[in-house]
Design a protein around this ligand. Structure first.
Ligand SMILES: [Zn+2]
Length: 288
């Protein structure tokens, strides 16, 4: 198996529709304008609400990490599925590990970058290998999600009460207003997954399946019931191509831009999840 990330080995191009069942709020910076709510939503240049790809990816990654941290604590399953990327000492690649790899065992300063990259990847947890960390580029890229103008009317302004975090009581009657996008808003989702193994595609699907079941909430004010959404995959529009199948690859690379994609059925996803499930079992005698 090659670990050279400069070479192409596979690409999954996933499309879907993300529809909100409740209102949601992805906030911009506080507004200073008098006629605007203090806490406006994020908008495109045309004034329409949108969801940055990084917001979707953040919620997706957090969900995946929480599930995988539970799984890796189970007997019989491998223990490097997820780390705590925000805590320096709980990361898979701690500063110590990075230093040790970069200084390389005896290879000196001339140690090839590709060897360093492979070792950094091997020392990273599964989640970091897919979603990236300070040393590894992410294999998943999420485009900003744009709203379907036909399914959107007007934002709503809600009143909030500032809560004192210590006492849990209202902070001297301080009111603030925040803007939300109403239920029914629909966004198009586009994700590229580059050079993931079938098992890593399974990890990708673990989170996307949860979005399809409506179990991952997006944006702020979740405790007030905001952010419930559901992902509808568009398998026919999605594509998967790998160098394991040279014919497919050539067709894919040389097709004219206006030719429709071959499309997926959705069953590929089940095979990836099975590959992931198989890969995370501890293999007897492997490290003996
Ligand atoms: Zn990690």
């Amino acid at each position: 198996m090659t670990a050279d990330m400069s070479a192409f080995s596979s690409r999954l191009h996933f499309f879907g529709d993300l529809t909100f069942l409740t209102a949601h709020r992805i906030g911009a910076e506080q507004s200073q304008a008098v006629d605007a709510p203090k806490l406006p939503i994020l908008r495109t240049m045309d004034g329409l609400p949108y969801i940055p790809g990084s917001s979707f990816k953040g919620a997706w990654r957090s969900y995946t990490e929480s599930i995988l941290r539970t799984l890796q604590a189970q007997p019989g399953l491998i223990d490097n599925l997820a780390c705590l990327p925000l805590a320096e000492k709980e990361r898979c690649l701690t500063p110590d590990v990075i230093r040790r790899i970069k200084n390389g065992a005896g290879a000196g300063a001339s140690q090839e970058q590709s060897i360093v990259d492979t070792r950094l990847r091997d020392a990273s947890c599964w989640t970091c290998r897919v979603f990236g960390n300070g040393q590894l580029a992410a294999k998943v890229l999420v485009k900003d999600l744009y709203i379907d103008p036909a399914r959107y009317f007007q934002t709503e302004i809600r009143d909030g009460v500032a809560i004192d975090r210590d006492s849990g009581r209202a902070k001297g009657g301080q009111l603030y207003q925040f803007e939300t996008v109403p239920a029914g808003a629909a966004f198009s989702l586009e994700i590229l997954v580059e050079n993931a193994t079938p098992a890593e595609c399974g990890l990708v699907m673990l989170g996307l399946n949860a979005f399809m079941r409506g179990e991952v909430l997006l944006g702020g004010a979740k405790s007030r019931g905001l952010g419930w959404c559901k992902l509808e995959p568009k398998w026919k529009q999605s594509e998967y191509v790998t160098t394991n199948d040279p014919d497919d690859l050539l067709t894919y690379l040389f097709r004219p831009a206006d030719v429709k994609p071959v499309g997926l059925t959705g069953q590929e996803s089940e095979a990836w999840v099975s590959a992931f499930r198989e890969a995370i079992q501890v293999k007897e005698g492997k490290d003996a």
